[in-house]
Design a protein around this ligand. Sequence first.
Ligand code: 13P
Length: 256
Amino acid sequence: MARKPMMAGNWKMNNTVGEAVVLTQEISNQYEKEWPESVEIVICPPYVDLKPAKTVLDFDKTKIAVGAQNVYWESKGAYTGEISVPMIKEIGCACSIVGHSERRELFGETNEDVNRKVKALVEGGLYAIVCVGESLAVRDEGTTDEYVTAQVRAAFAGVDASDAAGCVVAYEPIWAIGTGRTATPEQAEAVCAAIRATLAELFGGEAAEEMRVLYGGSMNPGNVEGLLAQPNIDGGLIGGASLKCESFVQLIEACL
Ligand code: 13P
């Protein structure tokens, strides 16, 4: 079964509501109704921008999904500062990113936290975009595959195959994020293939063939083609290049 590629924009902590509405409208204005046949498109703005961005897309009937960048695993209660799955679901989010390396490194998110978030999302009927990836130290040690596949196993512990099948894994080598230094297509493919082999072990070959594995880390219109040509890379999780309409649309068009 051929997997439909996905282009997901992770805006990180960028764009006020006003700026988010402008960027979403710009992307929506470029929208071609043929796109959804060939590519699934997601934008992941900051929480405060989710509803305004979704409103723009709904008004234009643009088939671009909206996702959060993080979510908490409890559904409500005394968790000051957190946002739950039911909250993002009511806004119309299809998914949330979980386990981004910035959350792991800067906010102490553990593999166990990531697992709780994945479970909360699938129980709520949303899917997770699970980020995994090694530091330069791990790569230099030569233990990248073991490190990354352990992150995948931990993220999906106790999740059944039917729930996992709708989820997405994003391989984002930390040394390639925001640095302009992309993994070569061969480096990225090797790890994405190891991720898919792990998904097959966990959930069976059929589910693993359905699940999308994205690459993220300085993906841009100049390097997207070589990466997308790899058999186990099904699209991108885009930081910097998703903040400009022109480059994000070029990345979408590379999937057509
Ligand atoms: P850049 O595309 O800016 O390197 O960011 C990648 C990323 O972290 C997406 O989640």
